[in-house]
Design a protein around this ligand. Structure first.
Ligand code: KG4
Ligand code: ZN
Length: 346
């Protein structure tokens, strides 16, 4: 069976996205419409708005993705879509669209696990000769987890957050600091001007053997620090905000990087792939590469547009699964909660 060209669709949260890949996994087009502006006034993603926006945007995005790739619908050898985890209404839009298209074109359909997409984003760059097995860190608005990924795509969960995701810690702290939603990118910018030694924010579970993360204590510490500053001097100065951002970013990055390095060292797998929206963070990108070099670990950090939600990564995961001969029936249902990997946690 020829595997390409392949159309991939992603609508699990607040990005509507479509991409076309060829049978070698080369990205021929990758278009994303972010709904951030639609949700920002509410301080978080509103599921109903997300579904309606996906419905309105997806047909145009798919047309653009096909046009930019120079591929006619009839040339598609497969259609893929995220089927979980995510918002049920949002997933339904992309999944039903993909299944309808596959049925109309009488072509192969495959559903993709969203986090498998984030893990496989690392395979999209031909310059990076990614070998298996590798340790994958997924850090996003909804997930923070470490996996071991084998060549046959069997995936073992090594550790995950016990409470908030890393992106959630950024977003909730940004809200508290009055920096709007979502907060990761703005905290990253403000942190660049801040003093990261001013406050001592906790790196939870750092000295424990586990690969798990915990970020809720950090969020509380940020709140207490802000309240203390407000009690002492009224409103926070710009410098105060910059300093809180710098210390918060430092603590989150330290937790993510130290657990990733620990996982590589303990499992003797000296390859680390990063994925998820939080990997757009400049300190995380630098620190992972630096600590990787110190520990003889090859670290792959995808370009920023492949870290935040996109359909090219869904295409990469779909292609890997299709190569194994997998596909799904058109009865595949969306799965708001969908575990990835067997839980063999240390
Ligand atoms: O992967 P993603 O686009 O969506 C989910 O699947 O959740 O990740 C979104 C998350 C948000 O929490 C956002 O604040 C965070 O990624 N993010 C960042 C940065 N850019 C986006 N976090 C830290 N630094 C950034 N530069
Ligand atoms: Zn994501």
């Amino acid at each position: 069976m020829t595997l390409g060209p392949l159309l991939a669709i992603e609508t699990s949260c607040d990005e509507s996205a479509a991409a076309v890949l060829d049978d070698q996994g080369r990205v021929l087009s990758n278009v994303v419409h972010s709904q951030i502006k639609d949700h920002a006034p509410y301080g978080g993603v509103v599921p109903e708005i997300a579904s309606r926006e996906h419905l309105a945007r997806l047909p145009g995005l798919v047309r653009r993705a096909l046009d930019e790739a120079g591929v006619a619908p009839a040339d598609l050898q497969a259609v893929a879509a995220t089927y979980g985890p995510g918002l049920i209404g949002a997933l339904l839009v992309g999944l039903q669209y993909a299944k309808g298209l596959a049925q109309g074109l009488n072509t192969t359909f495959i559903g993709v696990h969203h986090l498998e997409g984030h893990l496989m984003a690392g395979t999209l760059d031909p310059a990076f000769d990614l070998a298996f097995p590798f340790i994958g860190l997924v850090a996003s608005g909804g997930h923070s987890a470490l996996y071991r990924v084998e060549e046959d795509l069997s995936i073992q969960l090594l550790g995950e957050t016990r409470d908030d995701a890393a992106g959630e810690a950024f977003d909730k702290s940004a809200k508290l600091l009055g920096l709007g939603y979502p907060g990761g990118a703005v905290i990253d910018r403000r942190a660049a001007q801040g003093d990261d030694t001013r406050f001592d924010f906790p790196v939870s579970l750092r000295d424990r053997g586990t690969y798990d993360f915990s970020f809720s204590g950090l969020k509380t510490k940020v709140r207490l620090t802000v309240e203390k500053l407000q009690a002492a001097q009224g409103a926070l100065s710009d410098q105060d905000v910059d300093d809180v951002c710098a210390c918060l970013r430092k603590a989150i990055v330290e937790a993510l990087v130290s657990k990733s390095v620990l996982a590589c060292r303990r499992t003797q797998v000296h390859r680390l792939v990063l994925g998820g929206g939080v990997v757009a963070n400049s300190r995380l990108r630098e620190e992972a590469v630096r600590r990787g070099a110190d520990n003889d670990i090859a670290v792959y950090v995808p370009p920023r547009p492949l870290c935040t939600d996109n359909a090219a990564m869904i295409g990469a995961a779909a292609l890997a699964r299709l190569r194994q001969g997998r596909q799904h029936a058109l009865t595949l249902a969306p799965r708001p909660s969908l575990p990835l990997g067997d839980d063999g946690r240390a």
